[in-house]
Design a protein around this ligand. Structure first.
Ligand code: BG6
Length: 492
């Protein structure tokens, strides 16, 4: 197959949604496409063809799309809906064989640059990619978009990637990590590389440690058949959290070209210190929620949702070390869990304290080291805490206080016509135009798995079982002991 140039992927001329009747399409993809159309980001003439096993007419499919849109907070605009619904088509297809895709081939009607979005079980990725090839649909201008998880470990992710590369060139493969579509995640790139202020401080000389927390109030619920095989390490840490870590830790890329950015992220992943057996207990904690109360409501334990005993973690906290010049000796503490007391996705860059205090006894205990707190969810905000003088008179020197300098991104979403975008909107626009900067390259996925496999192996060797924690708490007490062991504490 000829290697497509970037120009070949300039603009898709059709979107094919595999799994068009599923949850992801319903909640995220179709609403994202509608909003893109509303805002003029969906090129004229681009059709959206839903496919699934359900035997639906085009009109019945359009009706399910309308229902999905009606469930969104934004009211559906009659003119936009008229334009958007005219783009919709539906093909009832078995996407795992060339014969099953014959109807789709006919519906594509000569489209030379279709975008295939696989919103389906990852267990079908290989078969669908091969069926697209056999049906003659994997043309040089086409592209395939996949959702995580790309495998369950290095070996299985390699098998998926190898099968994909047998059909598509790497430049045609768009692996989604929806965190990269979030506004504040991209803002992190702007903050680091569009300001001169931080870069001279962004290293082990000035930074004491970094914390990344992704806490969710929801439990696993009906998703347990998937989740039980993956757990928090593979479901969240391998992808979303390592992506955040890469964006914090990477060197300045030469430009925003896909490979420039992804080369830098891969270097970070390669510099992650491999976990050893002793690190399992020293540098990590696994947890699993038991019944409790989350945001005032009683919540069941994981095992009762699952209907039996399980050794899967719903919480993980660990210390990662990046062995390179910039980060030597700077711990990165990562923690993620389900059924936490609040939803919070946050990155904390904790700077070092001043080397010496010139302030008198009155300020003793006031002096706090600066920190940069990047909130991704539920509210988007970037705050830099700075020390300043507390107002008023004091005996024996001045009192100090820590105050945040805030970017208050929330206010950017207020006012007519502005709203918080679904992360998929950005990613769909980029995939339509062939821009892979915010997508995950093959070697990135594999390097992330290599490191995560090391953590999982260390857990197995050390027989590290998940510790119980009550739903509505911040995880097992060991998570606090972990960070305190290294002389730090979690940002509250
Ligand atoms: C998904 C995980 O990738 O991300 C889920 O599979 C998790 O378990 C979700 O709940 C979190 O996404 P967000 O955007 O709500 O933080």
């Amino acid at each position: 197959m000829p290697v497509p140039s970037k120009a070949d992927l300039s603009q898709a001329d059709a979107i094919v949604l595999f799994g068009a009747t599923g949850d992801l399409s319903h909640r995220m993809l179709l609403p994202s496409l509608y909003f893109l159309d509303a805002d003029g980001f969906l090129p004229a003439g681009v059709r959206i063809i839903g496919t699934a096993r359900a035997d639906l007419s085009r009109d019945a499919f359009a009706e399910t799309v309308r229902q999905a849109l009606d469930e969104q907070a934004e009211p559906v605009d009659a003119d936009v809906w008229a334009r958007f619904s005219a783009r919709l088509g539906y093909v009832h297809a078995d996407a795992t064989s060339a014969e099953g895709l014959a109807g789709l081939a006919a519906a594509l009607d000569g489209a030379s640059a279709p975008l295939f979005f696989l919103a389906i079980s990852p267990s079908l990725f290989i078969r669908v990619a091969r069926a697209l090839d056999a049906a003659g649909l994997a043309t040089p201008g086409s592209r395939i978009v996949l959702e995580k998880p790309i495998g369950r470990d290095l070996e299985t992710s390699r098998a998926i990637n190898a099968a994909l590369s047998g059909v598509f060139d790497e430049s045609q493969v768009f692996r989604i990590d929806h965190y990269l579509g979030k506004e504040t995640v991209q803002n992190l790139i702007a903050l680091r590389f569009a300001n001169t202020l931080f870069e001279p401080l962004w290293n082990s000389l000035s930074i004491d440690h970094v914390q990344i927390t992704v806490a969710e109030t929801e439990g696993v619920g009906a998703r347990w058949p998937y989740y039980d095989e993956y757990g928090a390490l593979r479901d969240m840490l391998q992808n979303h959290m390592l992506q955040l870590l890469c964006l914090v830790a990477m060197e300045p890329p030469a430009d925003m070209e896909p490979d420039s950015v992804r080369n830098e992220k891969v270097k970070v992943l390669r510099s992650l210190r491999r976990f050893r057996r002793a690190d399992a207990t020293e540098k990590s904690v696994r947890g699993q929620y038991t019944p409790g109360v989350v945001v005032g409501r009683e919540a069941a334990g994981y095992e009762s949702e699952r209907g039996g005993k399980s050794g899967t973690e719903t919480f993980v906290a660990l210390r990662a070390d990046i062995d390179n010049w910039r980060w030597a000796g700077v711990p990165f503490f990562l923690r993620t869990g389900k059924r936490m007391p609040e939803k919070r996705t946050q990155i904390v860059i904790q700077f070092k304290p001043v080397p010496h205090s010139i302030f008198g006894s009155a300020s003793l205990g006031d002096l706090e080291a600066n920190k940069l707190v990047i909130d991704l969810q539920p509210d988007e905000d970037i705050k830099l805490t700075l020390m300043n003088k507390a107002p008023g008179l004091t005996k024996g020197g001045m009192r100090l206080q820590s105050m945040p300098l805030s970017l208050s991104l929330l206010s950017t979403y207020e006012g007519p016509g502005s709203r918080r975008r679904i992360a998929y909107e950005r990613l769909l626009v980029d995939a339509l135009h062939g821009d892979a900067t915010l997508f995950v390259r093959r070697d990135e996925v594999e390097e992330a798995w290599r490191w995560v496999d090391g953590v999982a192996d260390a857990w197995t060797e050390a027989s590290l079982a998940p510790r119980p924690y009550a739903a509505g708490s911040w995880g097992p007490s060991g998570a606090f002991a972990l960070i305190e062991r290294f002389g730090r504490e979690w940002n509250s």
